[in-house]
Design a protein around this ligand. Structure first.
Ligand code: ZN
Length: 88
């Protein structure tokens, strides 16, 4: 039986667009064609937005929304990070 866990990934440098803001890129392949899905807020108020990437090989897989963008607050500061669900 296999299980999965999320691993943290750094945010890549994002291209800033004057009207739209920073463009996110997939941390695995660098593709910018990301599609957001489920949005959740946990009991600490942290926000997780799931994404899947057109450029990643697993984009046809049911587990394709394996990327999460996290908005996390700690001691009054706000952090953005990516997490990717990987098989363990
Ligand atoms: Zn990708």
């Amino acid at each position: 039986m296999s299980s999965n866990e999320y691993v943290s990934l750094p945010l890549l440098d994002a291209d800033n667009h004057p009207a739209n803001g920073a463009m996110l890129e997939c941390t695995a392949c660098g593709d910018s064609h990301l599609h957001h899905g489920e949005i959740s807020i946990d009991e600490h108020g942290d926000i997780a937005i799931r994404f899947w990437c057109e450029g990643c090989p697993e984009s046809d897989d049911p587990m394709r929304d394996n990327l999460k963008l996290l908005i996390h607050q700690h001691k009054g500061k706000t952090y953005l990070s990516w997490q990717r669900l990987v098989p363990t």
